[in-house]
Design a protein around this ligand. Structure first.
Ligand code: ZN
Length: 437
């Protein structure tokens, strides 16, 4: 073969490779999971939720932000002496994917401490162009005079709805083009939401302000997925289980999910004719709706574990009700399902909470400590060694090890004659037994 042919073959290999590369780059779908970290420490409480995608650069900035907030919290707070007044860090998220092309993410930090008169709020957002692998700001997205239109809407809304948030003399300095390069907005299928965190506002203003602007009123340089009412279909939830109320029963419960482990957990339960109650967080219902629907269809029960795992017993009545009700609402709308039980975050319940919800409260009698123990065997031992009829076992469907432990726990307990029931069934059985006595 002469040199010329070698060159031609080489040329085609390069072109072929390039086409292949571009094709697969375009085809690469965005994968997302929501990670939850909960820490119930003697001196502080941490509840963090954030999306992890398969876009490395984006994941890195998100992780760096989370680490930074954690370090700040642990060095400046987190040293309270009293269990009743522990410092708290909570980071919640919003996530929306537009046409597999852009992903919008908001991370909202909340810090509460005995040292603070008011909780601290802070927001950090990303609007990521997946093809170009870069973060965009509002200046990149707004076409023509839309930049001025947006600023004037923000100004008008602040003046009319939050008149004390910004001093009139400062308003033009604050609501300026500077806002268009800040990471302080989120876009879903309906609205652009602009966040004013308290550090942008008057010194005596502590709340975060969210201003919603309908996407229809803005001209954007990118095509986003506008709201179309999806055809929501709900499965028929009709699992039947026969329980003998005279025999031993136990209720497995899983908190803090759903997560990428939940699907396998409900499969393990199904294969073993077992069931459980999942106390879910409202902020993960939309992304994990399919696994939740399947879970209900398999005969599991879903309970309410708040919207984003804030320490419920410390919240004002209004904020407590909001945590519970927004979770009920999203489950009703997404799953056609209404929980009847609330499991309070960090297991802490007050009379004030009881008075302000119609939901029944469910705690547990056996803590497997799966959030702390790294060994599957120790978790299995915690779940099975001291168990009695009517116990409620606490686990978490956010850890691989909990899933592995479950595979062993079910047969051990079934061997000893336990029937698995949901929390509602357990209470129903207690009532039946009282009548039988
Ligand atoms: Zn929890």
């Amino acid at each position: 073969m002469n040199k010329k042919w070698l060159l031609v073959i080489f040329f085609f290999l390069i072109i072929g490779g390039l086409v292949f590369f571009l094709f697969f780059r375009q085809k690469q779908n965005l994968k997302v999971e929501i990670l939850t970290e909960i820490e119930d420490h003697q001196r502080y409480l941490i509840g963090i939720h954030y999306p992890k995608t398969n876009i490395q650069a984006l994941d890195q900035v998100i992780e760096r932000y989370i680490e930074k907030q954690k370090t700040y919290f642990l060095t400046s707070y987190g040293d309270s002496d009293y269990l009743i007044d522990r410092d708290e860090l909570n980071i919640d998220y919003h996530y929306y994917l537009h046409n597999d092309s852009y992903v919008s993410i908001a991370l909202i930090t909340y810090i509460n401490s005995y040292k603070l008169e008011q909780p601290i709020y802070e927001v950090c957002t990303f609007f990521y162009d997946i093809q170009k692998d870069k973060n965009l700001v509002l200046k990149d997205l707004l076409v023509g005079d839309t930049q001025e239109i947006l600023l004037s809407i923000l100004k008008r809304t602040i003046q009319s709805e939050y008149p004390h948030a910004i001093l009139e003399s400062n308003i033009d300095a604050i609501i300026s083009k500077q806002l268009l390069i800040m990471n302080s907005f989120f876009i879903n299928d309906k609205d652009l939401i602009f966040y004013f965190s308290p550090d942008m506002l008057s010194s005596d203003y502590y709340d975060m302000i969210e201003i919603k602007i309908p996407l229809e009123s803005l001209k954007l340089s990118v095509t986003l997925s506008m709201s179309q009412k999806p055809n929501v279909s709900f499965p028929v939830y009709s699992a039947v289980r026969v329980i003998d109320p005279t025999q031993k029963v136990v209720a497995l419960t899983f908190d803090d999910g759903p997560s990428n482990h939940t699907k396998e957990i409900i499969d393990i339960l199904k294969e073993n004719d077992a069931c459980a109650t999942f106390f879910v967080l409202g902020n993960k219902v939309t992304l994990y709706q399919n696994v939740l629907k399947e879970s209900i269809a398999n005969g599991n029960e879903l309970g309410n574990h708040s919207y984003n795992h804030k320490w419920l017993s410390r919240l004002s009545v209004a904020n407590f009700i909001d945590q519970v009700e927004s979770t009920q609402k999203i489950m009703r709308e997404t799953l056609d399902y209404e929980p009847t039980y609330l499991r309070p975050t960090y297991g802490s319940i007050t009379n004030r909470m009881r008075k302000n919800t119609d939901l029944k409260i469910s705690l547990w009698t056996i803590d497997t400590k799966d959030w702390k123990l790294k060994s599957v065997e120790r978790i299995v031992e915690k779940a099975t060694s001291n168990i009695a009829d009517g116990d409620i076992i606490l686990m978490h469907d956010i850890f691989e090890r909990s899933k592995e432990a479950l595979k062993e726990i079910i047969p051990i307990l079934q061997e000893r004659g336990f029937q698995f029931v949901t929390v509602s069934e357990l209470n129903e059985i207690k009532r039946i037994r009282e009548r039988l006595d």
